[in-house]
Design a protein around this ligand. Structure first.
Ligand SMILES: Cc1cc2nc3c(=O)[nH]c(=O)nc-3n(C[C@H](O)[C@H](O)[C@H](O)COP(=O)(O)OP(=O)(O)OC[C@H]3O[C@@H](n4cnc5c(N)ncnc54)[C@H](O)[C@@H]3O)c2cc1C
Ligand SMILES: NC(=O)c1ccc[n+]([C@@H]2O[C@H](COP(=O)([O-])OP(=O)(O)OC[C@H]3O[C@@H](n4cnc5c(N)ncnc54)[C@H](O)[C@@H]3O)[C@@H](O)[C@H]2O)c1
Length: 483
């Protein structure tokens, strides 16, 4: 097999959004950086996840927003134009062409090598390209794993014989199926169920537990009602025991749990397509981690993204690969802190562990991760849930209320929303916030600032929300809390 050898200061494996950001930080820190990618530069988020899924959802959300305001509702009498929705989605994925991202990589002074990378020794990466040519790269300072995640396929009898969709196929589909079974009631399942329902697909969503199980119940119920309003049939607390090909489509055999938790009777549902959206796990197999004495199932990283147990501390992991939050923005944050930590260590400016909240530590990963579920209504969440806060031994109070302020009633006729604030009673600061309702995703950053900034409630009381915005829910929460 032909082989070349190269040297660099840093090798980043995986050019998703996260790998790109890590490479940009090490390159701008003066380190010669090689970025390796086996598929498209830009990764999952750009081509098969965030961007196409949000592009599929946005037209339906906008149409519903117009329909929920008298005066505008009369002007929108048609339905979504499916071809136009798909064409707009295609423009957001650049038709699955990564040339503009490659240009960005070049402009950032990063060298791109296409191929599949694996660790072949300490500080050594071997890249195999499509022709079988191998490039062995020695990394003087660091190797960063930014390899993302892969779908976790559930154990359902018969599934391996079915040509089912994963989220990649659902976000890149060229046609809208007549009917769709969605297996998994997490974020992807809920978002894609609604996107397809609004494009005219007859959707059945099967969840083994509740929808969006980690969120508080009133928020979940609002999303459930939104999906049902769009015609999605929802089967909660239902196990899928078997999948069979049926008349060009798929049949799932389901068993609902009885009210008393006992197994109920089995029935079947059918669909032209089956979307399996049952979670993802870090893409760490085949990377040669075992050869370094590491367990790819339990990598673990410190606050600077460094993998423990590696002599010389040259191995890092960021983004989905690191096994923390599977969110683009949080992965990019880790990439920034890790990239800066690598550059600082190489320059002798950082020794040992970084200080929490310094630019070399992703401290917010621990208790201040924001996320938005882009269903309609949306769920926006940051920090700790009530249960997580209690598990950490915090003495907390919760304040919750429906979102019913002048701004929300102007936003949509019959606006329905819900908000919850979790307060650490010892420090009198907000440690968690959930907002549910149309348009609340854009309110989340205020909550993130309050949590990260540990803003005392008696000071937060002076942050006056503009009238009449939905943000007045902050005032109502603080008043209900007792301020
Ligand atoms: C349907 C869906 C919707 C989502 N929506 C959102 C959203 O709205 N907001 C949000 O924040 N998050 C969202 N996410 C999560 C988000 O997509 C991920 O958190 C994000 O893509 C992770 O980025 P990453 O760079 O770590 O990994 P990836 O984007 O997966 O990039 C990893 C890259 O590494 C490459 N690679 C892997 N192994 C190798 C190897 N051995 N050699 C060379 N290259 C390799 C891969 O080809 C890939 O390009 C969504 C996920 C899904 C599935
Ligand atoms: N808006 C966003 O930020 C966004 C959107 C989509 C995905 N994502 C991220 O991508 C990741 C993957 O999304 P996802 O929805 O696949 O994962 P998820 O972990 O959010 O949900 C997976 C769901 O599948 C269910 N499940 C697992 N095994 C099952 C089985 N055998 N039968 C039935 N259900 C089963 C789980 O109970 C869970 O409800 C998530 O971590 C999420 O953070 C983010």
């Amino acid at each position: 097999m032909p082989e070349q050898t190269r040297e660099a200061d840093v090798v980043v494996i995986g050019a998703g959004a996260v790998g790109e950001n890590a490479a940009e930080r090490t390159a701008s820190g003066g380190l010669k950086t090689i970025l390796v990618e086996s598929e498209l530069v830009g990764g999952e988020c750009s081509y098969w996840a965030c961007m196409p899924s949000k592009a599929l959802l946005r037209p339906g959300t906008l149409l519903q927003a117009a329909r929920s305001v008298q005066g505008a509702a009369q002007a929108v009498t048609g339905s979504l134009d499916t071809d136009a929705v798909l064409a707009r989605r295609d423009s957001f994925t650049s038709n699955w062409d990564d040339s503009s991202q490659v240009k960005w990589v070049d402009g950032a002074g990063i060298e791109l090598i296409r191929g599949t990378a694996a660790l072949s020794g300490p500080r050594e990466v071997t890249v195999t390209d499509d022709d079988g040519t191998q490039t062995r790269i020695t990394a003087r300072h660091a190797v960063v794993l930014a390899t993302g995640s892969v779908p976790t396929v559930p154990r359902v009898d018969g599934l391996d014989a079915i040509d089912f969709w994963g989220t990649r196929e659902a976000t890149s589909a060229r046609e809208v199926p007549e009917s769709l079974l969605v297996l998994g009631g997490g974020v992807s399942g809920c978002e894609l169920a609604q996107a397809y329902a609004r494009l005219g697909t007859d959707v059945t969503l099967v969840a083994r537990g509740d929808l969006l199980a980690k969120f508080p119940e009133p928020a979940r119920r609002l999303v459930e009602a939104g999906l049902r309003r769009d015609g999605v049939r929802i089967r909660l607390r239902t196990a899928s025991s078997r999948a069979d090909a049926y008349d060009g489509g798929v049949t799932l055999t389901l068993t609902a749990a009885g009210a008393d938790g006992e197994t109920g009777t089995a029935d079947t549902v059918t669909g032209a397509k089956l979307l399996v959206s049952s979670g993802r796990h870090p893409a760490l197999s085949g990377l040669g981690l075992e050869g370094l004495g590491l367990d790819p199932k339990h990598l673990g990283v410190d606050a600077s993204g460094r993998v423990p147990g590696v002599d010389g501390g040259w191995l890092y992991a960021v983004g989905d690969a690191a096994g923390k939050a599977q969110l683009t923005h949080q992965g990019k944050y880790q990439a920034r802190t890790t990239g800066e930590a690598i550059a600082a260590r190489a320059a002798g400016e950082l020794d040992g562990d970084p200080e929490p909240w310094s630019r070399y530590a992703s401290t917010a990963d621990d208790a201040a991760v924001p996320s938005v579920v882009f269903t309609d209504p949306e769920v926006a969440f940051v920090g700790l849930t009530e249960a997580q806060a209690r598990e950490r031994g915090l003495s907390i109070s919760t304040t919750e209320l429906p979102i019913a302020v002048a701004g929300s009633s102007l936003y949509a006729d019959g606006y329905q929303g819900w908000a919850q604030m979790v307060v650490d009673e010892e420090r009198k600061v907000i440690v968690g916030m959930t907002l549910a309702g149309p348009g609340v995703g854009e309110l989340l950053h205020a909550a993130t600032i309050a949590v990260v900034g540990e803003v005392p409630l008696d000071r937060l009381w002076h942050a006056v929300p503009s009238y009449p915005t939905i943000s007045e829910v902050w005032l109502r929460l603080l008043e209900k809390y007792g301020l």
